[in-house]
Design a protein around this ligand. Sequence first.
Ligand SMILES: Nc1ncnc2c1ncn2[C@@H]1O[C@H](COP(=O)(O)OP(=O)(O)OP(=O)(O)O)[C@@H](O)[C@H]1O
Length: 560
Amino acid sequence: MFAAPLFSNYTATVTLIALTAIFAYSYYAVLIAGQLSLGQAGIASLGGFSATLVVPDEPIAGLSPLVVGVPVGMAVGAVAAFILGLPVMRLRGVFLAIATLGFGEVVRIVLINMSWTGGAQGIRVPKLVTPSIAWIALAVVAYGFWRLGPSRLGSAFAAIREDELAARAMGIDVSRHRMIAFVTSGAVVGLYGVLVSYFSRLITPDDFGFATAVDGLVTAVVGGSLLFVGPLLGSAFFTLLPEIQRAAGIEAGWIRPFISSTLLLVVILFLPGGLSSLVPRLYKPKVARDSAPPELTPLPEPGAPILQLSGLGKDYGGVHAVRDIDLEIRSGDVLGLIGPNGAGKTTLVNMISGLVEPTSGSGTVLGCTLGNPATAHRFAVAGVARTFQQAKLFDRLTVLENVVVGTHVVSKPTFLRRLLLLPSARRDERRALAQASAQLGRVGLVDKAGVRAKQLSFGDRRRLEIARALAAHPTLLILDEPAAGMNHVEAVELSDLIGSLAADGITILLIEHNVGMVLRTCSRIVVLDFGAVIAHGTPDEIAADPAVIEAYLGSEGSPT
Ligand SMILES: Nc1ncnc2c1ncn2[C@@H]1O[C@H](COP(=O)(O)OP(=O)(O)OP(=O)(O)O)[C@@H](O)[C@H]1O
């Protein structure tokens, strides 16, 4: 079948697969946390040049220059990523990609104009990287990402990738996690820079230009970022494809790039999750109802202060979404918040859960002062959990994985212990699974634990969001229109569930358009209209309040 031997240079091809895979892992490290960065080529050149310039070509105390160069390159890569990350980490998507790409180009131009880098000619270094060294390095990197997957850190990255706002509401410090991913990527690409230099015997700034940056991204995307083998598959695809074409005698003119591009298009169009989506997932977390949940702190005594708002307001340009709200919630309250469309209910709960900064007034929730949305995760850590008006689920994760993310604030970090294969990591993960499984049982979704969230019906999505919030063992549970889209039977079941949560001591803030349900379920009700409180009282008082009937329902009916 083949006109020539499969590999023109077997050693080089095998080594290149490993090196390209390591390069792709540096993209994978940020893609798993939902970031698009193109600065890796620049960071690789910093790592490569630092190691090859700092480390002498001769063995040091019997150690190969490679053994010294690798930690130097990785450290330089990590530090460079951290310094680059400080200004660019607030950028998202294509803006982050452009900023990091710009950094890579600046590095290349600076290095090309430096005499100590040898300018465009670069510098010669000994060939020290053999196929086995390259594959050992790849195995170490791949092992790290394999162990990361189901760890608490891995779940947090997946949550940020799927929905950053929901991740923040689950208590995940998004800025910190994005920086961890970025620095990890820097260390991995620093390793690549050193290995590729000592493999090709020559390092020049132009080896790490725009095309290299894009190649790395394409390799990682084609391989896929949903499973740790993705970068390896992407690398094998792009390294072997030209070899197979050459062996098959497809060398001439346009045919070779045409076939490569067509195959690339086929993968991108028909495998949006990359080649790794063809690999069956061997590990999927399973419901663990027999394990003990994590140790949970007791909820506050009934009547303890939970929330105080004083003159709270929020303006959007000329729109006064919320005005001058004074409110107090105490432990054990089941407070209903109602009002016509646009009354300001969601804006108010967004401020209470730390996601939106007030324009005026002040407030504290469980000791957290309302303010900077970047610190919203602290509200979740303090005990505030919420659902959203439009359910914000992690769609590509399973139902159980979604709820496991909810346990973030009550579970312990496991990644480093997982790396060392310590049994305590497994035990803590089982505890988190037990906590998640118990909440799935509570909302009646245990039998759908392995289904991806995006496949759920509307009502099940709402239930899943409640289970995910409950997994955080909240002191204050905020439910934003949980009955929207539910039929009568489901709404009654939901009302019963809220009653049982309140009986367990969870303080509840319920925003609902289903006034009957609010009157049945809540002990106190606040009515908003045009951003201001127009009534506040027991369900009976609210049902009889003429201002509520007028403002909320119009003059034709009563709220019941
Ligand atoms: N991000 C925003 N930018 C500009 N205006 C906004 C924003 N969020 C809310 N608003 C405006 O603030 C007002 C209150 O909106 P909000 O969503 O809080 O009301 P709501 O009571 O939750 O309404 P609904 O019951 O329809 O969800 C509305 O006039 C809305 O258009």
